[in-house]
Design a protein around this ligand. Structure first.
Ligand SMILES: Cc1cc2nc3c(=O)[nH]c(=O)nc-3n(C[C@H](O)[C@H](O)[C@H](O)COP(=O)(O)OP(=O)(O)OC[C@H]3O[C@@H](n4cnc5c(N)ncnc54)[C@H](O)[C@@H]3O)c2cc1C
Length: 364
């Protein structure tokens, strides 16, 4: 299995970080230990990579490309731009810096080499087009710092015609897309009753519309698919009623109906075959947090999210976590900001180490 090498010929190497930290005893540049490995090339990972490129830091970024048809809202400068356009532009911005290397592979394993004080990152084996060639082989990289930027996945409702209207009348994030519900008939599917999540979620929309129907769906146990038995409390039912939220329990939605010519949803149908008028549908069925790699390193979690400090550093030194994986606030601009924050702190850490060595050497 080959170890991935740093790109040759970056923009500059006349700096104290490369002099003091990235040279072997014989004076040659170390070419197989990156300063930083980033896992995940979404908003947060790319934002970290952009700054690290501008800091001239040898950086490797792994990503499994997942295209997603959605339009971005609330991201300054890119309002209503297709997500794919933003991400493609971001990759172009990042890869203009020669110290950043991109590997389009899924990372399967991360471990710490305590003797040499670096992380070892191993990618999965892929058999693209059924071929077992060099491209499909597992690869390894070494890095002093790790940034985990693997994001979360929102559980989608198992409902007929969902994909047809997803991102076009059907959304999950109120802060990103709640505006689309302005003065409209809103149907909501929500399950998570822990911490009053279902009602809390429905309440968020009252700033856009007063016509809210909440279809309460019992959550599924992610291990065995069984329904979890908790239901809404009387207090929660009373709260919904007081706020004018029309609560529908025990009659889950099974189908979205709409006009395929205008691409607009017209209503929803429930298990009992009842049809409800709706212009927009939102859902809140929990999320899968991609925390497998952080688990391998022994990072601590808080309610499923990675625990980080004000520098975005996890409870394991030199392991940073950014984006959706460390917070329940899932917005592109916050994800990008956290990536930048991690990059700044990593740069400052490297600089501090290099300055320390320089001072010690100048005193001897
Ligand atoms: C349908 C939809 C619409 C949205 N609309 C908006 C909006 O309008 N405005 C807004 O602000 N926010 C919106 N969001 C939320 C926003 O997209 C997220 O907050 C943001 O993407 C989080 O960025 P991230 O970098 O943490 O994760 P992501 O953008 O999810 O990126 C994670 C990346 O890591 C990769 N990855 C995961 N595991 C591995 C691995 N093991 N190895 C290699 N790569 C890996 C994934 O393939 C992915 O590319 C939306 C989300 C969705 C799902």
């Amino acid at each position: 299995m080959d170890t991935i090498k740093i790109n040759p010929g970056k923009e500059g190497d006349s700096n104290i970080i490369d002099d003091k930290l990235n040279k072997a005893d014989n004076g040659n540049t170390i070419d197989d230990v990156f300063d930083v490995a980033i896992i995940g090339g979404g908003y947060s990972g790319l934002s970290a990579a952009l700054l690290l490129g501008r800091y001239l830091r040898p950086t490797i970024i792994f990503d499994v490309m997942q295209s997603r048809k959605s339009i971005i809202h609330g991201y300054l400068g890119f309002e209503k731009t297709p997500r794919e356009d933003v991400i493609q532009k971001a990759w172009k911005d990042v890869l203009q810096y020669h110290s950043v290397k991109r590997i389009e592979k899924k990372v399967e394993k991360v471990e710490k080499d305590y003797d040499n004080n670096f992380f070892l990152i191993t990618t999965a084996t892929t058999k693209e087009n059924g071929k077992d060639d060099d491209m499909s082989k597992s690869r390894k990289a070494r890095a002093k710092y790790l940034i985990i930027a693997t994001g979360v996945e929102h559980v989608k409702p198992d409902i007929q015609n969902f994909e047809e209207f997803y991102g076009n009348g059907v959304w999950h994030c109120p802060h990103c897309d709640g505006f689309e519900a302005t003065n409209k008939k809103l149907a909501i599917i929500a399950s998570d009753n822990k911490n009053n999540e279902a009602i809390k979620y429905a309440k968020t929309f009252l700033g856009w519309t007063k016509d809210v129907k909440l279809f309460f769906q019992r959550p599924l146990n992610q291990n065995n698919g069984d329904e979890i038995s908790y239901a809404l409390t009387e207090e929660q039912r009373n709260e919904a009623m007081a706020l004018g939220i029309d609560l529908i329990e025990n009659d889950e939605l099974v189908k979205i109906i709409g006009n395929s010519n205008t691409n607009a949803i017209e209503g929803v149908v429930s298990k009992s075959n009842k049809r409800y008028e709706a212009d927009v549908l939102f859902y809140h069925l929990g999320q899968i947090i991609h925390n497998e790699l952080a688990n391998q390193l022994g990072c601590e979690f808080d309610e499923g999210y990675l625990k980080v400090d004000e520098k975005q550093q996890t409870t394991v030194p030199n392991v940073f976590a950014v984006g959706d994986i460390d917070t329940d606030r899932h917005y592109a601009i916050l994800a990008a900001a956290s990536g930048a924050l991690a990059a700044i702190h990593i740069y400052e850490g490297l600089l501090k180490d290099a300055i320390k060595i320089t001072k010690v050497e100048s005193n001897t």
